[in-house]
Design a protein around this ligand. Structure first.
Ligand code: SAH
Ligand code: SF4
Length: 382
């Protein structure tokens, strides 16, 4: 008999499962707390559960951790795990400690089908969606490992960002129960404002997330006009900027925060010129006559060999940030963490068996892309 992986269930799902075992729904709460708050995976050690329930669970259920292939510890305290998700696929999760918080960057897919030019996961192509249990297992493992490692019984992870490998909104049905488990007071009890979904702009799913499970939203913008964004983020051809920004405004009606975070990866000579900053200001200030309430997060590009792209010099990042700030747009430059262990944004490569040939397609396109900056009117190299 195949057993159910209890990491696949949010509390509602676990209650329904417990009912199928002929038990009262409320037993699920105790069980859920054992699993997520205590990190327990052995039913025999769940001492306050009725013996009859424990026996049923032993035959019908399991709590399946992901095997750890490697762990890397960076000099700055960042920890990266590579998890085996079978069939030759592996995904990564990264813990980033800061003074006032602990953030876990979580993967949602083995590979990614969006195929952004500047992203190493995108270059690998797409293998498959992770299950809810595989998404939750990254947090379950990391939280309880870190408590042991740091010898604390207090919560270590206060924030989750869905910014690892994969496009979370292309794995929506697995994502939502995973988010609910993160938010649940009987689970990880994370604040909606401290759980962030990052998306390249899957417009219909942004609307559904706003309805089903509003959390903080980051949108990977990377370009201020459709022509450039079509090249960098191919999904833009399906959901162009005007539609994306409309979706951002609709999302803000439900969001736990009153702004969207726009992520913008700074690529040398590609999207980092003063003209791009001016276009971006115009876009976020005046879109549809009212603009979009946002903060801007500039990410220095983390290079990887196949990209053919380079990181913008610091002076240009600073100049870009200043233009944005002077226009009243709150702008931060992301500190690169864990780059000595290839744990920085966009460097997560895992090991993916591409079943869709996205990677091949990008490799073929590489010669076609990116107009030289001189073709943008009014642009001067700084
Ligand atoms: N698929 C989602 C979430 C994962 S990527 C998304 O695209 O939003 C998380 C963030 O890292 C995104 O903003 C992405 O654009 C950025 N990123 C990808 N590759 C990068 C690289 N090489 N250097 C810096 N940032 C990168
Ligand atoms: Fe996928 Fe995000 Fe990478 Fe684009 S940046 S390829 S959407 S993981």
């Amino acid at each position: 008999m195949t057993t159910a992986n209890l990491l696949d269930f949010d509390l509602e799902g676990l209650a329904a499962f417990v009912e199928t075992l002929g038990e009262k729904r409320f037993r699920a709460t105790q069980l859920f707390r054992w699993i997520h708050q205590r990190g327990e995976s052995d039913f025999d050690r769940m001492s306050d559960l009725a013996k009859s329930l424990r026996e049923k669970l032993k035959t019908a259920a399991r709590i399946e951790a992901l095997p750890v292939i490697t762990r890397n510890d960076s000099a700055d305290g960042t920890i990266k795990w590579l998890f085996d998700v079978r069939d030759g696929n592996a995904v990564e999760a990264v813990f980033i400690p800061e003074d006032d918080r602990g953030t876990l960057c979580v993967s949602s897919q083995a590979g990614c089908a969006v195929g952004c030019r500047f992203c190493s996961t995108g270059h690998q192509g797409f293998s498959r969606n992770l299950t809810t249990g595989e998404i939750v297992a990254q947090l379950w493992f990391a939280e309880h490992f870190l408590r042991r490692h740091l010898k604390t019984s207090e919560r270590v992870i206060s924030n989750v960002v869905m910014m690892g490998m994969g496009e979370p909104l292309q794995n929506y049905s697995a994502l939502v129960p995973a988010l609910r488990t993160m938010l649940d007071d009987h689970g990880y009890g994370l604040s909606r404002r401290r759980v962030t979904v990052s998306t390249s702009g899957v417009v219909p799913m942004m609307d559904r997330l706003g309805q089903d499970c509003p959390v903080a939203l980051a949108v990977s913008l990377h370009a201020p006009n459709d022509e450039l964004r079509d090249n960098l983020v191919p999904l833009n051809r399906k959901y162009p900027l005007a539609e994306l920004l409309d979706a951002c405004n609709r999302y803000l009606e439900h969001a736990p925060r009153d702004f969207i975070t726009f992520e913008y990866c700074m690529l040398d000579g590609v999207n980092d010129q003063p003209e791009h900053a001016r276009q971006l200001i115009d876009l976020v200030r005046h879109h549809a006559g009212r603009g979009v309430s946002c903060k801007l997060n500039l990410i220095p590009f983390n290079p990887f060999p196949q990209s053919g792209l380079t990181r913008s010099p610091n002076t240009r990042v600073t100049a870009f940030a200043k233009l944005m700030s002077d226009a009243g747009i709150v702008t931060t430059v992301r500190k690169t963490r864990g780059d000595d262990i290839d744990a920085a944004c966009g460097q997560l490569a895992g090991d993916v068996k591409d079943r869709t040939r996205v990677g091949e397609r990008i490799a073929l396109q590489r010669t076609v892309i990116l107009k030289p900056v001189t073709s943008i009117a009014g642009t001067k190299e700084t």
